[in-house]
Design a protein around this ligand. Structure first.
Ligand SMILES: *[C@@H]1O[C@H](CO)[C@@H](O)[C@H](O)[C@H]1NC(C)=O
Length: 454
């Protein structure tokens, strides 16, 4: 077993070493505690991380990790409740939801309005491993338990009618175990995926009136990208991302999540799509590939995050990191096999499943914390393959980025900063500037809540 582990380590180490032919300047993970960019929100810079090891009990072998015995619904409910209340700093959950809507509307529309019945909310989930057939698998991704908790909050505490909610991944398939949960508890919530091929799931349609351009003329079909109709028309988005490594982008957090939301006409797709238009973002991979893009280069994720209908239309971003994993597909067998979750060795996971939920209003702050965790964890080797920081630097300084790009994804003007970026002081203390100095700190405040420490 030890020999096997060592050879696995050697494969990852040397593959990573060889592929990473570019040097990152500054090196990934630096500078430490030197924030840049502008945060916003009720508590600017706040990222809440709730950990409950007792929520996740899978033995790693039998059944699915999302079986009810393996992921405890009531513990997940409690985690989400704690996460939302700490994000706002208000102990009342109904008031907390109202605060989030008011803060968003003040920023976006200049008026501190709460939620108005009839307004729609679209939620992007990342189902990158769910491909081909409607057949459940053990790939690491968002859990039905987490979605059930969030839908309960939206319908019960935020007062949103089921018919005004959309849950989607336009590139992938909504697998049977999700459909079952929604049919049983939220039958009128709209589910939208790539095929619309099962049950009440609808097929994503591009809105011809939507507009998204990439801010670099090398991007194929630079000005021809469309968004799903209900996304283009949504009053609010909530971004629900997976928490994992990625073989091309290094990490998949809130930036990379948008790859499943864009319609690309007349650009080839090596997944065998033959139609002239499709929801396949393959032709963008070059523009997010961390092993070939040094610091200070254009990154397509910044255009997606900054687009007024995507992260910039988002109430908050939340990572379901209950059962996180190394990447989406494991290709070692020569096939695309959904990659199962792995245990996290580092403190405070201590060789348990990642068992976490992370939430923030600021996407750059959330992804900065996510990157600090993932690149520290030995079982997530892809998080160390290249200049994974680049999109966070570009996004934090979107108004004046190191690459000199004029980021203008809507065609209506250059972006301002998308949020604040910094790195923690070290992996043991995990302190950001607002943890070190709550009064004068200008960057991230990480709030860690451990619910079942032994
Ligand atoms: C990313 O770049 C590396 C190094 O050139 C290359 O081997 C890999 O195929 C690229 N990934 C994608 C998905 O294009």
């Amino acid at each position: 077993m030890r020999a096997l582990l060592i050879s696995i380590f050697l494969i990852f180490c040397c593959l990573g070493f060889e592929v990473n032919s570019i040097t990152c300047d500054p090196p990934v993970g630096t500078p430490v505690n030197e924030p840049f960019g502008e945060s916003f929100g009720i508590n600017p810079g706040r990222v809440v991380w709730v950990l409950d090891r007792e929520a996740t009990k899978w033995d790693g072998i039998n059944g699915y990790w999302f079986d009810s015995d393996n992921l405890d619904q009531s513990r997940v409910d409690n985690m989400l409740d704690k996460a939302i209340r700490s994000l706002t700093g208000n102990d009342d959950i109904v008031e907390s939801w109202d605060m989030l809507f008011r803060d968003f509307n003040k920023r976006k529309h200049g008026k501190e309005n709460g939620y108005v019945p009839g307004q729609t909310i679209a939620m992007k989930i990342n189902l990158n491993g769910d491909f081909g057939y409607y057949e459940d698998n053990n790939g690491n991704e968002v859990s039905p338990q987490f979605l059930k908790s969030l839908m309960t909050h939206l319908t019960k505490y935020a007062g949103v009618a089921e018919k005004d909610l959309y849950v989607f991944d336009a590139s992938r398939l909504i697998m049977p175990h999700f459909q079952k949960m929604f049919e049983q508890y939220f039958p009128d919530i709209n589910l939208v995926d790539n095929k619309g091929g099962m049950g009440s799931v609808q097929r994503a349609q591009p809105d011809p009136t939507s507009y998204l351009q990439f801010s670099n003329t090398d991007v194929p079909a630079q000005k021809l990208t469309k968004l799903p109709t209900f996304v283009n028309q949504a009053d609010y988005m909530i971004e629900i991302d997976d928490f994992r490594g990625h073989d091309t982008a290094g990490i998949t957090l809130s930036g990379k999540n948008w790859f499943g939301s864009i319609y690309r006409p007349d650009v080839s797709c090596d997944f065998g799509t033959t139609s002239s238009g499709h929801w396949c973002p393959m032709s963008l991979h070059k523009f997010v590939n961390v092993t070939i893009r040094p610091m200070g280069s254009y990154n397509a994720l910044v255009d997606l995050m900054g687009h007024p209908k995507l992260t910039s239309n988002t109430l908050f971003i939340i990572s379901d990191a209950l059962y996180a994993g190394p990447t989406e597909f494991d290709h070692t067998s020569g096939y695309n096999v959904p990659s199962p979750p792995v245990t996290f060795e580092m403190e405070p996971f201590n060789n348990h499943w990642s068992s976490s939920i992370l939430i923030a209003q600021d996407p750059i702050a959330l992804d900065s914390v996510g990157l600090d965790i993932l690149r520290t964890e030995p079982h997530i080797p892809f998080a160390r393959i290249g200049c994974t920081d680049n999109y966070l630097h570009e996004g934090a300084l979107a108004n004046d980025p190191p690459s000199g790009t004029v980021y203008n994804p809507s065609g209506q003007g250059q972006l301002s900063s998308l949020g604040v970026h910094e790195h923690w002081n070290n992996a043991y203390e995990r302190k950001y500037t607002k943890n070190i100095d709550p009064v004068n700190g200008k960057g991230i405040e990480l709030v860690e809540i451990h619910l079942s420490d032994d």
